[in-house]
Design a protein around this ligand. Structure first.
Ligand code: DON
Length: 319
């Protein structure tokens, strides 16, 4: 930005200013045409690359959206922090740390070597290995109960019923051999807490839940608001759980580029290969962006630029 950034305050700028900045950020990055749409899940490759939506939801329940913020896409990895939050709530944050780990792997999201290099603290719930293990910890004796827990919980974060995109689910389920391998390897290390292949299947379904940029903003605002959804006013998780989730997000939300993200944006965030990013502005709100073209680490290019711009212009950096 050419203008000097605002200084950090305890609140978002006034509503007219938020609206003007969200619109400005959208206009500024709209015509960027860099990066590639993910195609390792075949059905993802069909999503139009020029879709672009931005939404900011305040902890006061205010909503500012622009562009394709209502366009549904599969949540993919952006589901991970919310499932982790629900699992922490169910089994306790300490037990979750002991079973899943909370340190950065510094390696790509689907790394297998990370499991071999660091057996004691193998992972964190933001990379595929830790996320599948987190899903395996969802309460329930059978897969269907675990799935209901996850679908209901993520829906409470979004404040509306989230449904599976069956085409994306089938497409990923038919090609997710690497994730099945990761889950089996973890099972071998005693770090999988349900049948490895069933847990991978639930995780694959979880990744195929359809959301919009607006949903991501509401979900992020719920973590920003100490676990209360600011739109429905329902408490989804305890405030003490949110703190833990945000710490892990700041550490590992953008995989091997998490340090760069924190250096530039100064806020916890989570990306997904379908092009969504959620950014949590603690005590203030949630930002959801959607733009399918990705950089080499699998993070939305326009989403990162918009998040950086808004963080700077609104003075949101935590540091
Ligand atoms: O497990 C996978 O590979 C996908 N369902 C999710 C990966 C993902 O979103 C990584 N994020 N950038």
């Amino acid at each position: 930005p050419t203008d000097p950034p605002l200084v950090s305050t305890g609140h978002l700028p006034p509503p007219e200013r938020v609206k003007a900045l969200v619109d400005e950020a959208y206009g500024r990055y709209r015509s960027i045409d860099e990066g590639a749409v993910a195609d390792y899940i075949p059905a993802l490759a069909k999503v139009p690359r020029d879709l672009f939506g931005v939404c900011l939801v305040g902890v006061d329940g205010s909503v500012h959206e622009v562009g394709d913020a209502g366009y549904p896409f599969s949540i993919q990895s952006v589901s991970k922090p919310f499932v982790f939050a629900l699992v922490c709530q169910a089994i306790g944050a300490e037990e979750a740390r002991r079973k899943l780990g909370v340190n950065a792997t510094g390696l790509p999201f689907n790394s297998v070597i990370a499991l071999e290099l660091n057996q004691d603290r193998t992972m964190n719930p933001m990379v595929n290995a830790g996320a599948i293990a987190a899903t395996s910890l969802a309460p329930g004796e059978i897969a269907d109960e675990k799935w209901r827990f996850i679908q209901d919980g993520l829906s409470r974060f979004a404040g509306r019923r989230l449904e599976v995109d069956e085409q994306i689910y089938q497409s990923e389920a038919a090609t997710n051999l690497r994730n099945r391998g990761i889950a089996k390897l973890l099972e071998g290390y005693g770090r999988m807490y349900f049948d490895a292949l069933e847990a991978t299947d639930i995780y694959t379904r979880q990744c195929a839940l359809k959301v919009t940029a607006k949903d991501l903003a509401v979900m992020g605002a719920t973590l920003a608001d100490g676990g209360v959804n600011p739109v429905t006013e329902e408490r989804v998780v305890d405030a003490s759980i949110c703190k833990r989730v945000l710490a892990v997000l700041a550490t590992a939300g953008l995989y091997e580029l998490s340090g760069d993200w924190l250096y530039e944006i100064g806020l916890p965030g989570k990306s997904g290969v379908s092009g969504g990013i959620v950014t949590v502005i603690p005590g203030k709100g949630g930002l959801g962006t959607f733009a399918p073209a990705l950089d080499e680490a699998g993070n939305s290019i326009k989403g990162q630029r918009v998040s950086k711009y808004l963080s700077e212009r609104m003075g949101l950096n935590l540091f």
